[in-house]
Ligand binder design. Structure first.
Ligand code: APR
Length: 250
């Protein structure tokens, strides 16, 4: 692991364009449950009941109860050392793009700017009928389901299963992945596409690609290096090593 960390630090120290994809694993050390690990969210809820457009149409109240529960959980937690390390890395490169599948807002709370939220955010709501967006949407919701001025109801601005990703956001993430020198996939099982494909695309375009995850994933063979450890330990360690290489003290 130390040899791999040194290798990644060397590559990163010489990079100018970096693109990062994060998943729920980066928030695990903040106490946010992941989705597919033991006792993960999808072990305890049927996603068909709470995270599909059909569920919103059939039972908007049930969907809102699920997302209000998640908003309450997220509000009670703090960003961790992994989120902070990414915010520290950003200004060290000519271009640094952070795309996240997470809807928790923890990257922003750690100081990351211009985060590409490819699966939306828990802290916004919108109306599918008239297009009104409420950003930020207050917590707790004043009413469930919250009425929209147009006579319909608002829904959480998260990407549900079966829905397309926000076009402009995903286009920006795709452009960054295709043009970077180094790409990271951090804390994601890499089973949900198209987001999982961003680091793969970067690799196909010649970038050095790195996975940070305590466990192997389906896409592990596609990476140049897999750093097997928790993001909250690996990322701060990496930031220190990149600084040392840049300062010529490695
Ligand atoms: N540091 C890094 N990775 C971690 C950590 C940690 N401390 N703890 C767990 N992980 C890894 C797990 O090994 C697993 O590979 O995080 C990954 C979490 O995977 P999932 O639960 O599948 O979450 P994610 O990949 O973010 O899911 C993708 O699925 O339901 C949806 O929309 C939801 O955005 C989400 C998408």
């Amino acid at each position: 692991m130390t040899a791999d960390l040194d290798r990644v630090a060397e590559v990163l120290a010489g990079a100018s364009r970096v693109s990062v994809l994060t998943g729920s694993g980066i928030s695990a050390e903040s106490g946010v449950p992941t989705f597919r690990t033991e006792d993960g969210l999808w072990e305890n809820y049927r996603l068909e009941d709470v995270a599909t457009p059909e569920a919103v149409a059939r039972n908007p109240r049930g969907v809102w109860e699920f997302y209000e529960m998640r908003r309450a959980n997220m509000q009670a937690v703090q960003p961790n050392a992994g989120h902070f390390a990414l915010a520290e890395l950003a200004p060290m490169f000519e271009s640094f793009t952070l795309a996240t599948q997470n809807i928790d807002g923890l990257h922003q709370r750690a100081g990351s700017a211009d985060v590409l939220e490819v699966h939306g955010s828990l802290w916004r709501a919108h109306c599918d009928h008239c297009g009104r967006v409420v950003d930020p949407f207050p917590f707790p919701a004043p009413e469930i389901p919250p009425p929209c001025g147009c006579g319909e109801v608002l829904r959480p601005s998260v990407v549900l299963f079966g829905e397309a990703l926000p076009h402009d956001v995903f286009a920006a993430a795709t452009a960054a992945a295709s043009e970077c020198d180094v790409a990271f996939s951090i804390g994601t099982s890499s089973v949900v596409w198209p987001a999982a494909g961003l680091p793969v695309l970067a690799g196909e375009r010649g970038a050095f690609v790195i996975e940070i995850n305590p466990a192997a994933t389906e896409l592990t063979p596609a990476f140049d290096v897999s750093l097997r450890g928790p993001a909250g330990t690996v990322l701060p360690d990496l930031v220190r090593r990149v600084r040392r290489v840049r300062e010529g003290t490695a």
